[in-house]
Design a protein around this ligand. Structure first.
Ligand code: CO
Length: 202
């Protein structure tokens, strides 16, 4: 129990600090829970923080420990994003090489909780559309995978998955080349305030 609370608090703290780097508008999407959790928790967090020293394990480190800066590892116009039972993605940004025509994102749920309790998807839309896409997705309900059918604001999305499942989506890079900033996020109810990150083309 205490363990779980601490993990969540750390998750929130990480997500929020990532947000600050982007000068986010997250304040508009319901900061109450996150900020009260943070306030209640001393932020030293020595245990969970200790990441493996960068670069001690080359390339094939098991499924995507996030880089220190939270940037997704991109190889051959594709990347993998992991999502867990603590309501977290393992990366906070994805930079798509401009040389790619299409880009593929594989979403892997590394947890064990069922899709009904801890479902994750990965939806891409303009940052400015995130809140509305999320709200309409939640209204569309579980049967719709929490993504409104034919939502023109949605550039790409995976299906909703539960623990142990993997899914992927590909989309033309041209769709996020201009008109951003763009974000990726989870539309499972209550998740997008923590589960979101930036996606850009460089
Ligand atoms: Co989720």
């Amino acid at each position: 129990m205490n363990m779980k609370v601490t993990v969540l608090a750390v998750a929130c703290a990480l997500a929020l600090s990532a947000c600050n780097n982007n000068s986010t508008p997250a304040a508009s999407t319901g900061p109450d829970a996150a900020s009260s959790t943070m306030a209640a928790t001393p932020m030293e967090a020595p245990a969970a923080a200790a990441p493996t020293p960068a670069a001690s394990t080359p390339a094939a480190a098991p499924a995507a420990m996030p880089a220190a800066d939270g940037k997704a590892v991109v190889t051959d116009c594709a990347t993998e994003v992991d999502a867990n039972d603590a309501m977290q993605y393992n990366v906070s940004s994805i930079v798509v090489p401009a040389s790619c025509k299409d880009f593929k994102i594989t979403l892997k749920h590394t947890g064990t909780m069922p899709v009904t309790a801890m479902g994750h998807d990965l939806v891409i839309a303009k940052k400015a559309d995130l809140s509305a896409v999320d709200a309409d997705g939640i209204a569309a309900g579980a049967a719709a995978g929490y993504v409104k059918a034919d939502d023109a604001r949605v550039i790409a999305h995976t299906k909703l998955i539960g623990g142990g499942e993997t899914t992927s989506v590909s989309f033309p890079v041209s769709k996020i080349q201009t008109g951003g900033p763009y974000e990726f996020f989870c539309t499972f109810p209550g998740h997008s305030t923590v589960m979101h990150g930036s996606i850009s083309v460089q």
